[in-house]
Design a protein around this ligand. Sequence first.
Ligand SMILES: NC(=O)c1ccc[n+]([C@@H]2O[C@H](COP(=O)([O-])OP(=O)(O)OC[C@H]3O[C@@H](n4cnc5c(N)ncnc54)[C@H](O)[C@@H]3O)[C@@H](O)[C@H]2O)c1
Ligand SMILES: O=P(O)(O)OC[C@@H](O)[C@@H](O)[C@H](O)[C@H](O)CO
Length: 487
Amino acid sequence: MKLATAALDALGNDVGVPSYDRTAVTPGIVHFGVGGFHRAHQAMYLDRLMSDGKALDWGIVGVGVLPQDRRMDDVLSAQDHLYTLVIKHPDGTLEPRVIGSIVGYLFAPDDPNAVLARMVDPATRIVSLTITEGGYHVNQVTGELDASDPSLAADLEPGATPGSAFGFIVEALARRRAAGVPPFTVMSCDNIPGNGHVARKMLSSFARLKDADIAEFLETEVKFPNCMVDRITPVTTDADREALAERFGVEDGWPVVCEPFTQWVLEDDFGLGRPSYEDVGVQIVEDVEPYELMKLRLLNASHQALCYLGYLAGYRYAHEVSQDKLFVDFLLGYMDDEGTPTLPPVPGVDLDRYKHQLIERFANPEVRDTLARLCAESSDRIPKWLLPVVREQLVADREIKRSVLVVASWARYAEGTDEQGGAIEVVDRLRDKLVERAQHNREDPLVFISDPDLFGDLASDERFVTQYRAALKSLHEIGARATLEAL
Ligand SMILES: NC(=O)c1ccc[n+]([C@@H]2O[C@H](COP(=O)([O-])OP(=O)(O)OC[C@H]3O[C@@H](n4cnc5c(N)ncnc54)[C@H](O)[C@@H]3O)[C@@H](O)[C@H]2O)c1
Ligand SMILES: O=P(O)(O)OC[C@@H](O)[C@@H](O)[C@H](O)[C@H](O)CO
């Protein structure tokens, strides 16, 4: 049965469906970047609230600004903006639920004015983002805005109609201000340390290039809560679509699959109110930083620690790597001796339990998270999640050998061929530059880390360089598996 409002009553009891009247849900949130994660996380929390009769004035209108987002528009419009979230338990049980909290979707290139109108509407009180790390245009070394992206340049032309998420946010805030409508809150839900602070800094730097007044307004009047978000959400496959249709009779053009675990730690810093997220398990805290650092330096950095080495060793899925004792010992060693010493105390969290739970989550064989997903866009990930650990460990004269090996495994992976000579598809917005450098790894072993835009001055740190040279040499000579054994 094709998923649509009219089909909900006919679905079996094993598929959860919205119990609330969706026609009574009104928009309160505009979300940029409706991909897998937003639909497994924020939209799911709102659906839970709506099921309890709450937050009915916080419906989500999704916005896509990239050409590839047209497909999401097509799929969601054909399904009354419903979609199925399928939780994959480690024992093979699937738990599907149709989510109803997204009530509209706007494909910005078709009608940018409709996006602005929705954002300027006083009912829009939160604009949330999962636009990936790259969507914030941060120079990895200076931490300042890199405005060279063509989409930003186009939005800076006088009188331009916005095309980028940044362009829409700044223009909508300017129009609200001119119309006397108070500003919405900007809530970043991306995996970035200090995501709210970064969103504020990058957006105000961008606004400053347009209009100093609006930049000032953004800096002083707009709220940007920080948050930590967590739920492993792999890319949906055709097999996922087929399993949903065959086992549950739901024909969904783009369901989302995810692990059972979910976490959201959020600062209570909203200008125009927020849904009562705490009623459905969201942790509201004063300072999110310890939780964020824990998650990014243990979970996300471990993803980096397992993906390149795992791929080079012949694995293709995260669970395969995470069921191999050699890799598990490596990951726990990284977490215990390198990641953890850089963390402040994390209130209410037993870190030892957290780390072992991470290994269990990675090892869930049903989630089938691909190493390819984890290996993509490394230039936005390693500098944000792993290099800060390296730098802090160096300053404190503590262990770095596993982090160094992870950096070397990225350099080896970027050469574009695996240990069997097969081609690797390197997916990164800096792909050409990375591959070009990595291809000289053998004759010039420091070439990859000599890029100051990614590594700053690490290539002049003697301790780092000595260990990096040895790690890269070992990967070339004996391969990933034997290198781990020798570690
Ligand atoms: N997938 C996960 O396990 C997970 C978990 C926690 C947090 N996150 C965060 O969510 C982000 C998105 O992950 P996902 O799994 O939904 O990916 P996805 O590929 O399914 O969706 C990404 C969305 O972001 C949009 N986007 C990408 N670049 C953009 C840009 N420059 N400007 C505006 N929109 C842009 C895309 O069009 C798409 O709608 C991640 O980068 C991460 O920060 C993901
Ligand atoms: O989504 P990214 O690009 O920030 O990072 C890749 C993964 O590490 C990430 O998606 C994790 O699966 C996620 O952060 C788990 O909550």
